[in-house]
Design a binder for this molecule. Structure first.
Ligand SMILES: [Cu+2]
Length: 195
């Protein structure tokens, strides 16, 4: 008699344990998630942002380029997450361009252009404009940082044809890298400058 009682109690405990573990497992199954990325977006992404979609443009910034190897403006402020349309206007006689990037990328690229002056290049973060021409860059500043833009036509960058872009969003702004900007003007909050 005693042995039978023990067996019944044991069976009840075993059932409780099984039920408990079954419900715990049930919760866990919902952790999985399937993510899909639309194929037509984010075609190009790098350390300083990604290809901007025209419909995402929040601001148009006109950037003038002159034969004095200057950009107007030479300082641009953007917010992280903004997609900007740069309208690059050549106000001089020579070919000029605007190439956006980190300082190290720009410098590397400038050296390459010195070696191969006729080098064709086209990326979503660059635009060139001949005399009287206007070109466009649509770029999404998805990452914070201090970036540059420069003209990599041989000799132009070294002559001072460069500007700085502050993509604000908690990124580190290294003041030392923009010391050459003393005397530059042109805050671009008002998007349109007509010089
Ligand atoms: Cu130039």
């Amino acid at each position: 008699m005693k042995a039978t009682m023990k067996r019944i109690v044991f069976a009840g405990l075993a059932l409780a344990v099984l039920t408990g573990s079954a419900s715990a497992h049930g919760k866990k199954e919902h952790g999985e998630k399937v993510t899909s990325v639309p194929a037509n977006l984010d075609m190009f992404e790098n350390e300083f942002g990604r290809t901007g979609r025209p419909e995402a443009v929040v601001r148009t910034i006109k950037v003038g380029m002159s034969d004095a190897f200057k950009y107007e403006p030479a300082i641009i402020h953007v917010k992280v997450g903004e997609t900007i349309r740069f309208v690059v206007q050549n106000r001089g006689e020579m070919l000029h361009e605007m190439v956006v990037g980190r300082t190290e990328d720009i410098v590397k690229h400038a050296i390459l252009m010195e070696k191969f002056p006729g080098m064709e290049h086209g990326e979503p973060y660059m635009a060139h404009a001949d005399k009287g021409q206007t070109a466009e860059i649509i770029w999404a500043f998805s990452k914070p940082g201090t970036f540059e833009y420069g003209c990599l036509i041989p000799g132009h960058y070294d002559a001072g044809m460069k500007g700085v872009i502050y993509a604000d969003g908690g990124g580190v702004i290294t003041k030392g890298s923009v010391q050459w900007l003393h005397g530059s003007t042109g805050d671009n909050e008002k998007s349109d400058n007509r010089n």
